[in-house]
Design a binder for this molecule. Sequence first.
Ligand SMILES: C[S@@+](CC[C@H](N)C(=O)[O-])C[C@H]1O[C@@H](n2cnc3c(N)ncnc32)[C@H](O)[C@@H]1O
Length: 498
Amino acid sequence: MACSSRRMRAFRRWMKRQSIEYSEAIDLLIQQQDQQVWVKALCDIHEGDLIATIPKNSCLTVKSSGACRLIEDFCLEGYIALSVALMYEKSLGQQSPWFGYLQLLPDRNPDVPLLWSVEEIDELLVGTELHKTVKEDKALVYEDWKACIVPFVESAPIQLNPDDFDLDQYLAAKSLISSRSFQIDDYYGFGMVPLADLFNHKTDAEDVHFTSVSSHSESDSDSSENIENPIDDYQNGDPSGQNQNGSTGNSLEGDFSSDDDTCSSTTEILEMIMVRDVKAGDEVFNTYGSMGNAALLHRYGFTEPDNPYNIVNIDLDLVLEWSSSIFSSRHTRSRLSLWKRLHHSEFPGQQIDYFEISSDGEPEVELLKLIFIILLPEKAYNEFDKPKVALLSNKKEIVLGEITETNKKLLLTESVRGGLLSVADIRERCYGLRSMEDDIEALKSCPVTNRKLYHSLVLRTNERRILEKLRAYATAGSAGVRFVNGCNGSTLRKKLQR
Ligand SMILES: C[S@@+](CC[C@H](N)C(=O)[O-])C[C@H]1O[C@@H](n2cnc3c(N)ncnc32)[C@H](O)[C@@H]1O
């Protein structure tokens, strides 16, 4: 207790020296049981209130770090460069201008799956969207360290202690950057933003926003710029969560972009402004962006109970596995290539390796099209060809090219529904032997403080609920809908029953 309040007092003194200011309406508190910091409203705070200002030059970035020249001379970029800057400043101890800030931070964020052991990853994440991704991350981090950090330390013109830049320190730095870095502006790039990174996250219900205020505007008067979320690559299908500059995309709602990337930025400040009223005693939340629990756990090491951005992906390979369990591999190959041709004619150059199932269990249209094509009877398939027309029952025709997200239910023939159910079952098997009921029971008895187990169980149960909803989607309103596109119906049904 005494130790954590001493650290907080030292941080407050450091902020004062850096001209980081915050309103008397908020307080920064450390939770005793897990040492997590949170921001509390001391009195009623109102929308529009300015609660903090942070000079950009107080942020720990590659540009502001003492290692800037070394890093730039060695052509390091993105998160590797920021990791080196962070490891360098940590290695300086009290000599670092950021010591007062760094001494408040944990040495690493152990909740970020990148830091879990391989056994923990296999045990806790099996079947989830993160399992493969985190294992790949681990391998990539090792490669980056060996290919970039080791030669950097060995060839630096000043003496660097290799222990301060070893693999363990690199992983620690990466976990902090992943869970605490912000995109600041074109000049500073992304980096650690003291004070701003003490706010916890709440999806779609944040209380505070960031704004960049520049005194370098053309009109020579102060101008402010609203902050936009950076591209969220996770949502765009890159589960690594890293965007092109190597930033993890954590803007905590902020890309403090400035138009002028040649100016030194030193007079610019970041402002934190309330976007809703908060009552005295309540926590003041920020948002790290709109993302599902897989992305939250991946980058920040936590999940939320009712996250509307959850998704499950079904790999193309799983669909092909299902097809090959019913049809010959020749059949699967030819149907896949027809689906690919159709897809490329609509979206040239776009490749699909997996299909997204939204939080309410809706499959994306391309999955339905692929299942539909796989199940087309031989005759319809042979006649299909140029006009891209598929025959349905009651003498109706549908043009696959005209099926979109809005009218995709037209594809839900009985056999497509069956196919969807089988694919959902195959995806479900990825979670291993523990049933959904086992997971729900385990979650009920798991304390939140057992963070790895708790958050991985939330992720597993969320994903499995989506698969349940997918099954409900596949069966909803099926009675009486009798299309005939399926493969030899009785064979397929038998296989499904089995
Ligand atoms: C930017 S920091 C926020 C401040 C942090 N609580 C601290 O102690 O410095 C992000 C980390 O805070 C924690 N965190 C933030 N929002 C959370 C939430 N809604 N539930 C659980 N943990 C959260 C996670 O450990 C995350 O990696």
